[in-house]
Design a protein around this ligand. Structure first.
Ligand SMILES: *Cc1c(COP(=O)(O)O)cnc(C)c1O
Length: 461
């Protein structure tokens, strides 16, 4: 099936010059990378003129589609006014201040402070350093351990990758010491027989408490959690999970950091995943949707008491010895202000709320498919967990690469969706209309039919 790539084609040149991020090598060799020229609404167009409906909003982030005039104009206007400045040595651009104020205003906190970065990974690393600084300042230098959940995704820099509890990080010799991984809250996969969701959540909270006690609570600096596990395969928390976990954390004075990089700014149907799933975080990390994918940006938002403690620690050091050269970039901030406005008052959040029933029922319709083991949704993020045997929840043999096959077949019909383990992830841009949602689901149905027909005929199943 695979033909050698012409070395002068975009695809061939990519294979010679680019080290692609998180890309399946077999697929790259087989069909080459997808090289894009431009975007139109929810579609991206490749260098050959073929259009693809991007059901993944780029990488969860392009929530306003790929050529939104308001965002483009906001960026261009700021480029003409003041095209770049840093945030070191007490200097910063005016729009940087405006954005920080805006982020606090829309956060669940009454007040607080914001630290800007260029990415979600940098924001998570920043929080780890904040927690360690606080521990040192408070005379508790032993308080260094960071708790996260198995299968969570917090990024790729060294601390964030140590928090990301995925098997692939073993190849890098990670996690670093002091990064501890606790249970993944996936009820469908890990419950015991006859256990209700509430009982399962309670059991995980008890197991968390046991880990905390065996590690020594005075050595734990913080617990990070995504409200909905995103790159873990879209796993919403089971009923009662965060309230139960939160009680344990409060008992031992362990801060909760909500990694809202995916959930923040509307993805779950409300502004913050924390609101929807009952987290009461001390610190919030946001990134992907802040600029709707039109500029690199991450943000750490801390609640007032954490801000006070940080200010005291920083005063002792004379400065916060931390910062990224291009963070708080005025163009990014101008775009972010515009994106936040589009989401909050410009109709984007309203749109996904209005169409959430259609999104949920569209995905739920796949539950009757003989190879869909579980359908998961939370707002406009969803996943179909593919299984070989539905009764026993048995996955396909890994060698079959079933979700990779589905994602590739989807490309053939002009749909971009993402394989994750043996699940297929759907997280469309917030600007999608009812008609476009319908088109997306029918393309997905065609894709599944095509893949499972082919597998049945090749007797690989
Ligand atoms: C994507 C992601 C990150 C990392 O963000 P980058 O901008 O890729 O560094 C962190 N946490 C979560 C939950 C993410 O989905």
């Amino acid at each position: 099936m695979s033909v050698p790539l012409d070395p002068n084609s975009w695809e061939g040149r990519a294979m010679h010059a680019v080290l692609p991020a998180f890309s399946d090598v077999t697929t790259l060799k087989g069909r080459g990378p997808l090289v894009l020229d431009h975007g139109e609404g929810i579609y991206v167009v490749d260098v050959h003129g073929k259009r693809y409906l991007d059901a993944n909003s780029g990488l969860w982030n392009s929530v306003a589609g790929f050529n939104h005039p308001v965002l483009i104009e906001a960026g261009c206007r700021q480029f003409r006014r003041f095209p770049g400045y840093h945030t070191f040595f007490g200097r910063m651009s005016d729009v940087t201040i405006e954005l920080c104020e805006r982020l606090i205003a829309i956060s669940p906190f009454e007040s607080g402070r914001v630290f800007l970065t260029n990415s979600g990974s940098e924001a998570n690393d920043t929080v780890v350093k904040m927690l360690w600084l606080l521990a040192t300042h408070q005379g508790q230098p032993q308080r260094r351990k960071i708790l996260t959940r198995l299968n969570s995704y917090h990024g790729v820099t060294v601390a964030a990758a140590s928090m990301t509890a995925k098997p692939y990080n073993a190849a890098f010799g990670l996690p670093l010491k002091d990064f501890i991984h606790v249970d993944c809250p996936h009820y469908w996969r890990y419950r015991t027989l006859d256990e209700s969701e509430e009982q399962y959540s309670q059991r995980l909270a008890e197991r968390l408490e046991r880990v905390i006690l065996s590690e020594d609570p005075t050595t734990i600096a913080g617990f990070f959690a995504e409200p909905v596990l995103g790159a873990g395969g879209v796993i919403p928390p089971p009923a009662g999970y965060f309230p139960a976990i939160q009680q344990v954390l409060w008992r031992y004075n362990i801060p909760l950091i909500a990694d809202e990089v995916i959930c923040g700014l509307g993805r779950t149907g409300v502004l913050w995943g924390s609101e929807r799933f009952d987290l009461e975080p001390d610190i919030i990390v946001a990134s992907k949707c802040i600029t709707a994918g039109y500029f690199p940006m991450g943000a750490v938002i801390v609640k007032p008491s954490v801000a006070d403690a940080l200010n005291a620690a920083i005063a002792e050091q004379e400065e916060f010895a931390h910062g990224f050269t291009s963070a708080g970039h005025p163009v990014g901030c101008a775009i972010a202000l515009s994106a936040i406005e589009l989401i909050t008052t410009g109709g984007l959040l309203e749109n996904i709320q209005a169409l959430s029933g259609q999104f949920e029922s569209g995905l739920a319709a796949f539950a009757s498919h003989p190879h869909v083991g579980e359908v998961r949704t939370a707002g406009w993020m969803g996943a179909l967990e593919m299984v070989e045997n539905k009764e026993t929840c048995t996955p396909f043999p890994a060698a079959l690469r079933v979700s990779e096959r589905i994602a590739n077949a989807a490309l053939d019909v002009g749909l971009i969706c993402r394989p994750l383990g043996q699940a297929i992830v759907i997280c469309p841009p917030f600007i999608m209309t009812a008609h476009e949602l319908h088109t997306m689901f029918s393309m997905l149905a065609d894709t599944l039919e095509c893949v499972f027909d082919a597998l049945a005929h090749s007797s690989q199943m």
